[in-house]
Design a protein around this ligand. Structure first.
Ligand code: NAD
Length: 479
């Protein structure tokens, strides 16, 4: 794939892409070839990005909601018009299949559309105090300059899921994308600039020093919000840092989704759901099915059908037209998944089904394991790769206990022909989201987020904009 000559590779500060003293390399995970050299922002650029965001805040926060809405709406339209180019870029730097990348661009653009609509629905409240002596007025104000940090697995959607509600609320932002996939975020910055976001409203600093850049932001008094998506381990570190300033934070962290199939489920539908929940993005999704709990009554049929579908998966470079699953993002990721599988096999698990992968590139073969111990690391840790451990179950209470026996609580899935039964299971699952007879839960109009150590707060829906607002109330004397 040939990259456009005008692809932005600088840091975006005050509406301009500028170079830095050093650059870093971005690689194609399928061929491991160099794609581009990107400006490596340091703490100096991080500080200048806050200068720009702080300077832009007064005017942007006072721009009429309709004006902010229209910028987001134009960004949506540009992103949809340029979907193919952006999907090709995501596929090149992240490795996911072109189909997955197109799906991501549509999903990412929808955050611009959804929050362009929310921007004009920011309302307040007016009430009579119970004793009658005062009137209470409640209003929402933008929280200020928001620091955003995003992972590489959905380089477009994780950025727009934060930028769109922040801008809708009237905040200005400084964003740090992951070093594996900085180009997608920079193109989104360019789209927002062309959509009319004034200089300084959106600033982006790609870097190989994430701790340095983010710490610069967290210790700057002008930054009044952190919204982070990434691993629970990094989330914990950042929460410790934000504690000193009691900073308003949103945390979208790791997941370990149980995928439950009941004895009366439509097995063909459950297999389709499992293929989506497990292999979308090569299993590198926080909502990915991490452990498959299949009722004894359908376990053989499910494993045979699912196994056949996995063996038939076409694995290759994301940009090859018939690819269904691409490479993992890095050599380290391949080693990490391999370690979990090797440990499980050493402990008695069987590799029941496997797809073929190309010889070169950062691939791990889509794999189905049976006979996995419920306490294996493969089950208790987030796999973040195309590996599906199957565990059979019979007793409902034991199933629920196992499904909930993790410190993470992001997504879960239940397949049953009886929706009431599925809901009864769902109500007992400690997760923020449950897919019922569906292998995907993400929707810009729904509150995305988790319980336990999967995070704090929600993104998307009407909750998404609240994360970037402060409630202020006025107590008015009425005597
Ligand atoms: P990661 O935590 O390693 O990195 C996420 C971001 O944090 C990146 O921008 C990275 O550069 C930055 N970072 C890393 N170390 C940092 C530090 N010390 N200080 C400040 N920033 C730092 O995660 P990842 O490997 O990029 O992404 C995978 C993880 O993200 C998985 O655990 C996945 O479940 C999670 N995730 C969660 C959601 C969600 O919505 N809950 C969505 C996508 C991914």
């Amino acid at each position: 794939m040939v990259l456009p000559a005008d692809l932005p590779t600088g840091v975006l500060i005050h509406g301009e892409f500028v170079g830095t003293a050093t650059t870093f390399a971005v690689h194609d995970p399928a061929s491991t070839a160099l794609i581009a050299e990107v400006a490596d922002g340091g703490t100096g650029e991080a500080a200048r990005a806050v200068d720009a965001a702080a300077a832009a805040f007064p005017a942007w926060s006072q721009t009429p909601p309709r004006g902010r809405s229209e910028v987001l709406r134009r960004a949506y339209e540009l992103m949809i018009a340029e979907r193919e180019e952006l999907a090709a870029l995501i596929c090149l730097e992240n490795g996911k299949s072109l189909d997955d990348a197109r799906g991501e661009v549509t999903y990412a653009a929808e955050f611009f559309r959804w929050f362009s609509e929310e921007a004009v629905r920011i309302d307040g409240d007016y009430g009579v105090a119970p004793a009658g002596g005062t009137r209470t007025l409640v209003t929402q104000k933008p929280v200020g300059v928001a620091a955003l940090a995003t992972p590489w697995n959905f380089p477009a959607a994780m950025a727009t899921r934060k930028i769109a509600p922040a801008l809708a609320a009237g905040c200005t932002v400084v964003l740090k994308p992951a070093a594996e996939t900085p180009l997608t975020a920079l193109v989104i910055g360019d789209i927002l600039t062309r959509a009319g976001a004034p200089a300084g409203v959106v600033n982006i600093v790609a870097t190989t020093d994430p701790a340095g850049v983010v710490s610069t932001w967290l210790t700057d008094e002008r930054v009044t919000k952190l919204s982070f998506t990434g691993s629970t381990a990094v989330g914990r570190t950042l929460l410790r840092q934000t504690a000193d300033r009691v900073l308003n934070t949103t945390m979208e962290l790791g997941g370990n989704a149980p995928f439950i199939v009941t004895g009366d489920a439509d097995v063909a539908a459950a297999v389709r759901g499992a293929m989506l929940a497990k292999f979308r993005n090569g299993g590198q999704a926080c909502t990915a099915a991490n452990r498959l709990y299949i009722h004894d009554a359908v376990a053989d049929e499910f494993t045979a059908r699912f196994g056949a579908a996995v063996e038939a998966l076409r694995v290759g470079p994301g940009y090859a037209p018939d690819t269904q699953v691409g490479p993992l993002v890095s050599e380290r990721a391949v080693a990490g998944v391999g370690r979990l599988v090797d440990e499980a096999v050493a402990d008695g698990a069987t590799i029941a089904h496997r797809a073929h992968v190309p010889e070169h590139g950062w691939y791990y073969p889509p794999t189905v394991l049976t006979g996995v111990r419920p306490d294996a690391a493969l089950v208790s840790e987030e796999i973040f790769g195309p590996v599906a451990p199957i565990i059979t179950w019979r007793d409902r209470d034991e199933l629920i206990e196992q499904a909930n026996s993790t410190e993470l609580g992001l997504a879960s899935y239940v397949f049953s022909r009886d929706v009431r039964d599925a809901l009864q299971i769902a109500e007992r699952l400690d997760t923020g989201m449950v897919g019922i007879n569906r292998g995907i839960v993400s929707d810009p109009a729904a509150p995305f987020g988790g319980t336990k150590q999967s995070g704090l707060g929600r993104e998307g829906a009407s909750e998404g904009i609240k994360a970037f607002q402060e409630t202020q109330y006025y107590s008015v004397d009425w005597a």
